[in-house]
Design a protein around this ligand. Structure first.
Ligand SMILES: [Zn+2]
Length: 406
């Protein structure tokens, strides 16, 4: 099957082997797709003459790679708009948490929800990602916090493995300490290490293991134990670190050879240098800073100037970041983090692919790569973060197929 995309007004893509933030632009471009992969990318006038099974007229639109969201929590049962309303009437987050809200309420409702319902909820949520131009997401468990419910969450994701939205699953059993283990946290850590990780690895339910390292959640020593067990079981590593307070999570991510470390609002200069040396991707989540009404965004400019690779993600979750919009993250990164339009495009495509260890296959429009592509109602990629609260994505191709129902 040979599909020609012609009449692309402008094609903007980072390249796999260039510096991490350079964007190549081709005017009046065409793209040839064969069996789900790009085989020609270039000017339409230089297209080699050949027969095509199908031709799609892009009507002068902008084309970019399909966007990649490398940090999401989509497996939850109930939304938490009531808490948002309470926050906006002056109730503090800690008061909400003390009265059983917050992540504890997500755990309660997820445990009560059968897998079939979770799958139905995921389908609706996945369609929302596709409509906004996202073709691949990383998706975490982490609202089950029991062997049975963590497995149920990952199985719900696995059931959708043939859905157009591509999912990279992550086991996040160490998202919190569940209520029933509050007074015996060591027993929960042993459950994660001795039961959950071996089951997840053996059944191939996740590619990554993640942990929430934060004051009053998991400390560095606990994280080292859990992540070492995960690594030994064959899982790749990513970490939530330095979101609310400064810690030594970045050093740990470097020490353990994690693929990515995430949030990083309070990362130290030393932590930045250690992550760069160890080639850990900096996955930044401005949506969580924004939605919690905080003002300390991660130090993107410093990271870029020192040579770090930044990916941007939505952190989609029912508590602190209820959005699937990567274009909105691009805007926030431009306005609050000093990034420019080239840098934010790379951060949601090739660098996000690096954050998921998929840059050999995803994240750019180049011959040999999987044909994930978005057509935008825009003359250039600068136009995308410039518009906020609007959806400029028009058409989405995944593995060379136009997705018409989403
Ligand atoms: Zn998160």
């Amino acid at each position: 099957m040979r599909l020609l995309l012609k009449n692309i007004g402008r094609l903007a893509t980072p390249l796999s082997d260039e510096e991490p933030y350079r964007v190549k632009v081709i005017e009046n471009a065409a793209v040839l797709i064969e069996d789900g992969n790009f085989t020609y990318v270039g000017a339409e006038k230089s297209l080699p003459s050949a027969q095509f099974d199908q031709t799609h007229d892009c009507q002068g639109c902008l084309a970019t790679p399909g966007l990649i969201d490398p940090h999401t929590h989509p497996v939850f049962a109930a939304t938490r708009e009531k808490e948002f309303h309470l926050r906006n009437t002056g109730v503090s987050y800690s008061e909400i948490a003390a009265s059983g809200g917050g992540i504890r309420s997500s755990v309660r409702t997820l445990r009560q929800t059968p897998k079939e319902i979770l799958v139905q909820l995921l389908i609706k949520r996945f369609d929302g990602f596709l409509r906004l131009g996202t073709t691949t997401i990383e998706a975490k468990s982490g609202y089950g916090l029991s062997l049975e419910d963590e497995i149920k969450s990952l199985e719900a994701l696995q059931e959708l493995r043939n859905y157009p939205l591509e999912v990279v699953p992550t086991f996040l059993g160490a998202h919190e300490i569940p209520d029933e283990y509050r007074n015996k946290r060591e027993a929960y850590i042993e459950l994660v290490i001795d039961k959950m990780i071996p089951t997840v690895a053996e059944r191939n339910l996740a590619e990554f293991c993640d942990i929430f390292v934060e004051k009053n959640v998991y400390n560095i020593e606990e994280a080292r134990r859990i992540l070492t067990a995960a690594k030994n079981a064959g899982l790749k590593l990513r970490l939530h670190i330095d979101q609310l307070t400064a810690g030594r999570g970045a050093e740990l991510a470097a020490e353990l050879g994690a693929v990515s470390a995430e949030h990083l609002d309070f990362i130290s200069d030393k932590g930045i240098d250690r992550m760069i040396e160890a080639e850990v991707v900096f996955t930044l989540l401005p949506g969580a800073v924004f939605f919690l009404g905080h003002d300390k965004y991660p130090p993107a400019r410093k990271i870029i100037d020192r040579g770090g690779v930044i990916a941007l993600a939505t952190d989609f979750n029912p508590g602190s970041s209820m959005t699937r919009s990567l274009p909105l993250m691009m805007t926030l990164a431009c306005v609050f983090m000093g990034m420019n339009a080239d840098e934010v495009l790379a951060a949601v495509t090739i660098n996000a692919a690096k954050s998921l260890n998929r840059d050999d296959k995803l994240g750019s429009i180049e011959p040999g790569k999987q044909a994930d592509l978005v057509l935008w109602d825009a003359p250039s990629h600068h136009y995308i973060p410039y518009h906020y609260g609007e959806n400029m994505a028009l058409k989405v191709f995944k593995k060379g197929k136009l997705i018409d129902e989403m």
